[in-house]
Design a protein around this ligand. Structure first.
Ligand code: NAP
Ligand code: ZN
Ligand code: ZN
Length: 348
């Protein structure tokens, strides 16, 4: 066991602050990683504030982890000390159900073990990436290219895979009209990835000041969702809409923009429900669906795709002492487009 520095939320109503946690001694299949950068996902805020219910405290959030391997267990085949490595939202699963066998561990029928706010197979709480070190089974550790800017790779481990997976599952590609609702951490990755897959991308945003960025990131069109006439102008236009909005929003309004046989997929996870009118789906055989992060195989595929296409996140680097301010700015949609913690700030 090693005692390491971390930042934790002591409860749902207190700010995050310095904390220390134990990391297990690496077992035969484990990879020990010194964390260099960790992204800040809106899910960290939902969970640290117990907005989804069932949070375990003290909580060390963080599931967009990149770092350097410091040691590996005797049976580890694919990593050695000195390698770069990534850890996303999953650190274990049952490994034998049909979903695990299909490489879709996020849908494990027996429940996956999350990187934080979860209980592992030994009954211990898991602690995430707002810390200096982590120990993870090789099967749940990702290979990271040294060709990309490492601090901008961190958000790929959640924002990247969460948007890549539905784009692939719904076979988004050339000739398709794709809309991304919400230009935040997930949204800006969705724009880059959908454009790289060959789709024509529209950003639908509540923030008029993001239009220039949307186009720089790869969108061809921008719609201000607060302007009814702009929304009407794109009614029935889209084959596929990815909804990344973190707060309750009108699914009916966005569903009207989907064409016959098209789909809107939710990745944004507001705590409160939103209504949907059945007729809005029935009349044009539309699909409303959801999608959860992505499995380890597909996460590696996404990282390799990003390395090949030179895709990383647009990041704002912060010291860990600024984490509570960063949360407030995320809540105001004031981040371009992902905060990433420089973990050197926790080591000093
Ligand atoms: P984020 O950076 O805060 O982005 C969310 C964006 O939603 C904002 O930038 C804003 O974009 C838009 N928005 C916020 N409030 C809105 C409102 N009231 N009405 C309309 N639009 C609004 O958050 P994120 O890290 O990308 O995460 C987004 C959501 O996805 C969170 O709920 C998170 O928990 C969830 N998530 C889900 C998965 C999954 O596996 N499904 C994985 C990761 C995260 P504009 O300024 O452009 O309007
Ligand atoms: Zn996340
Ligand atoms: Zn399973």
């Amino acid at each position: 066991m090693a005692n390491v520095k971390a930042y934790a939320a002591p409860s749902a109503t207190e700010p995050l602050g310095p904390h220390s946690i134990e990391r297990r001694t690496p077992g035969a299949h484990d990879v020990a990683i010194e964390i260099l950068y960790c992204g800040v996902c809106h899910s960290d805020i939902h969970q640290a504030r117990n907005e989804w219910g069932g949070s375990v405290f003290p909580m060390v959030p963080g599931h967009e982890i990149v770092g350097r391997v410091t040691a590996v267990g005797d049976h580890v085949k694919n990593f050695k000390a000195g390698d770069l490595a990534g850890v996303g939202c999953l650190v274990d699963s049952c490994r034998h159900c049909s979903q695990c066998e299909a490489g879709e561990e996020q849908y494990c029928e027996n429940g996956f073990v999350g990187t934080y706010n979860s209980i592992d197979k030994s009954g211990q709480p898991t602690y995430g990436g707002y810390s200096t070190h982590i120990v993870v089974d090789e099967q749940f550790t990702l290979k990271v290219s040294d060709k990309l800017d490492l601090k901008a790779v961190a958000p790929l481990l959640c924002a990247g895979i969460t948007t890549y997976s539905p784009l692939r599952h719904w076979k988004v590609g050339p000739g398709q009209q794709v809309a991304v609702v919400g230009l935040g951490g997930l949204g800006h990755m969705a724009v880059k990835l959908a454009a790289a897959m060959g789709a024509e991308v529209t950003v639908i945003s509540t923030s008029d000041n993001k239009e220039t960025d949307a186009k720089r990131l790869g969108a061809s069109h921008f719609v201000n969702s607060r302007k009814e006439e702009s929304m009407q102008a794109v009614a029935g236009k889209f084959d596929f809409i990815l909804n990344t909005v973190s707060a309750p929003n009108s699914y009916d309004r966005y569903m009207q923009l989907v064409r016959t046989n098209g789909a809107m997929v939710l990745v944004g996870a507001p705590p409160e429900p939103s209504a949907i009118t059945g007729f809005n789906l029935i009349m044009r055989r539309k699909t409303l669906a959801g999608s959860l992060i992505g499995g380890i195989r597909e996460t590696q595929e996404m990282l390799d795709f990003c390395a090949e296409h030179n895709i990383v996140s647009d990041v704002e680097i912060i010291p860990i002492s600024k984490i509570n301010e960063a949360y407030e700015r995320v809540l105001k949609s004031d981040v371009k487009y992902r905060f990433v913690i420089d973990m050197a700030s926790l080591k000093n």
